[in-house]
Design a protein around this ligand. Structure first.
Ligand code: F6R
Length: 364
């Protein structure tokens, strides 16, 4: 049941802290505070590159994973949505790691992409929530997301669990490639172990998020912005808003705004920015100032450090505790999902069963 919540989506949003904690428990040895993965199909130190693929929200998790694998583990990563990858026939580097991400393990396009990668003799590692799925059977190894059953069609907790697994995988890859010493690993693991509490802090922002939702609920178009690891967070926010509130939303890498979408900006198109204080904060801030100068209404998800700088131009802010750059995308995902939920509730849509959508897309 819904445990007293109004919708499964609301219940599942509240499971973020628990699910992140459960997923970490599977992958971090509490005694050594080191990431310990199950047996993998290949030697991580020898993999020349990874090919990541998925659909929908899982694809945005893959984008965050690419950001981490490249920047922390220095592993070259190709990434594509599964429905494109399966027909592109890309030349694969021998011994590549195929990295598939799926909640259901049954998504037709992701499964077809898995088979395409297999035919090109990639090692197949899947990040799956349903561990007895078709994709699980066809993979060389599975990293499980301990998210439990997800009933709401719009994915919430499975997404943050995917990020948690990809963060742990990144640490393991970085260590085996000699990119992370013991102190570096300890720093990142400490940041990960802090996540359940920080996720709870995000949930505690429900009032501020509801107040943002009132502005969004009256809009016909919304622009989501983010840079670096926050770009996929912006995409996740925009997808979730489209899916359950039926409001058109588009996510842009903040630096790309001036190459086109800036012409859309006026006071009828709210701008939702994911802008915690990471090394890219100043770059995002300057894009937000440009938007503000053109009459844009800025609704900003930030952290305590970013709030000091962005408060002068933001119409509304949701301020989360400042966390390590590495884990910021996990924490910042939660409020953008909550925003979509609150808007859908205000608009009175069928939150858990949005029109035209199915939980598992098993046909092409
Ligand atoms: C978004 C959503 C979909 C799924 C996508 C992939 O809220 O639910 O975009 O993420 O259909 O599904 P899985 O992860 O089962 O492969």
């Amino acid at each position: 049941g819904k445990d007293g919540y109004q919708h499964f989506m609301e219940k599942e949003l509240h499971e973020h802290p628990l699910v992140i904690g459960q997923t970490l428990q599977r992958m971090i040895d509490p005694a050594t505070r080191q990431v310990v993965l199950p047996e993998l199909p290949c030697n991580l130190a020898e993999v020349p590159r990874a090919v990541m693929t998925a659909c929908g929200s899982a694809f945005y998790a893959a984008m965050v994973g690419r950001f981490w694998l490249e920047s922390v583990a220095r592993l070259p990563v190709d990434i594509d949505i599964a429905s494109e990858l399966r027909y592109r026939d890309p030349p694969l580097t021998k011994g590549s790691l195929g990295l598939l991400i799926s909640q259901s393990g049954e998504t037709a396009d992701t499964l077809a992409a898995l088979r395409t990668l297999r035919q090109n003799s990639a090692h197949i590692l899947s990040v799956l929530n349903v561990e007895h799925s078709t994709m699980a059977r066809e993979s060389d190894a599975v990293l499980g997301t301990a998210a439990g059953p997800e009933i709401s069609v719009a994915s919430t907790k499975a997404f943050t669990a995917q990020l948690t697994v990809l963060a742990c995988l990144t640490i393991a890859v970085a260590r085996s490639r000699g990119m992370l010493d013991a102190a570096g690993e300890e720093e990142l693991v400490t940041a990960l172990l802090d996540l359940p509490s920080r996720a709870a802090d995000a949930l505690a922002q429900a009032d501020a998020i509801r107040s943002m939702a009132r502005i969004i609920a009256d809009a016909s178009n919304v622009l989501y912005l983010g840079r670096g690891s926050m770009f996929p967070v912006a995409m996740e926010g925009a997808l979730k808003l489209k899916e359950i509130s039926y409001i058109h939303a588009e996510a842009y890498a903040a630096g790309e705004m001036k190459h086109g979408p800036i012409s859309l900006i006026d006071n009828t198109v709210p701008i939702v920015a994911s802008a915690p204080f990471t090394p890219l904060f100043d770059k995002t801030l300057s894009n937000l100032q440009e938007a503000k100068a053109r009459g844009g209404r800025l609704l900003v998800f930030t952290d305590t450090k970013g709030a000091e700088r962005v408060s002068a131009i933001a119409e509304q802010m949701v301020v989360l505790p400042h966390v390590h750059d590495f884990t910021a995308p996990v924490v910042q995902t939660i409020p953008v999902q909550m925003l979509a939920y609150e808007v859908a509730v205000l608009r009175g849509t069928d939150v858990d069963q949005p029109r035209n959508l199915a939980k598992s897309v098993t046909v092409e």
